[in-house]
Design a protein around this ligand. Structure first.
Ligand code: SF4
Ligand code: SF4
Length: 196
């Protein structure tokens, strides 16, 4: 499909037209815990589309790496439902047969395990789990590894992860939540090509 057709389709998907309101303030990318691993942060993704390069946007890893944490959505001054927009990108990519460059399941699993262990997200720990759990992605993503080294050198990333005050209590709470709604813990049911 041509760029104009792709844009038309994106805009008609649920949440797909939200990016038109973006003022490029960068709050979303500054808030996003996954931004370091993304080819473009949410702001950059929207800039690509508004600049007419929807093909590049669709071939980026940005929306595949979105962990649906909603940080960006609650902070956007234009009240753009950015997380919904990420789903619209995923849906369009799937429709176009575009697959993620790295294992999305591996990324989700690393995110899930890190939060489960510490009660909060440590980007360093999550990326360590992700890359060690997926050596082929580590080889493919040498640029990501070198970015990680730069961030460490500049003190922008800590090797030691942080956790909530009492991780044991947090895990008890998670177990309780699972007994109430066991189907919500089905992270392993997400497939690498079609995470919704
Ligand atoms: S926070 Fe909202 S307005 Fe700002 S760049 Fe992100 S999407 Fe655009
Ligand atoms: S919802 Fe996705 S894009 Fe938004 S802050 Fe979370 S991971 Fe980043």
């Amino acid at each position: 499909m041509e760029a104009t057709g792709l844009l038309k389709r994106l805009l008609e998907l649920p949440g797909g037209d939200q990016l038109l309101r973006c003022i490029q303030c960068g709050t979303c990318t500054g808030s996003c815990p996954m931004a370091e691993a993304m080819d473009y942060g949410p702001r950059g993704l929207f800039a690509l589309v508004k600049g007419g390069d929807i093909e590049e946007a669709l071939h980026s890893n940005t929306f595949w790496f979105c962990a649906s944490c909603y940080y960006c959505t609650v902070r956007c001054p234009r009240e753009i439902l950015i997380t919904d927009q990420m789903y619209a990108f995923k849906r369009l990519a799937i429709e176009q047969g575009i697959k993620p460059k790295v294992s999305t399941l591996q990324m989700y699993t690393a995110f899930h395990e890190t939060v489960k262990e510490d009660g909060r997200l440590s980007e360093t720990k999550m990326m360590r789990k992700f890359l060690l759990g997926s050596p082929k992605d580590l080889i493919k993503n040498t640029s990501m590894a070198s970015l990680g080294m730069k961030l460490l050198r500049r003190g922008r990333m800590e090797l030691k992860g942080e956790s909530v005050a009492d991780p044991d209590k947090f895990r008890v709470m998670l177990s309780k939540a699972r007994t109430i709604s066991p189907e919500k813990d089905e992270i392993t049911s997400m497939d690498s090509g079609g995470a919704a």
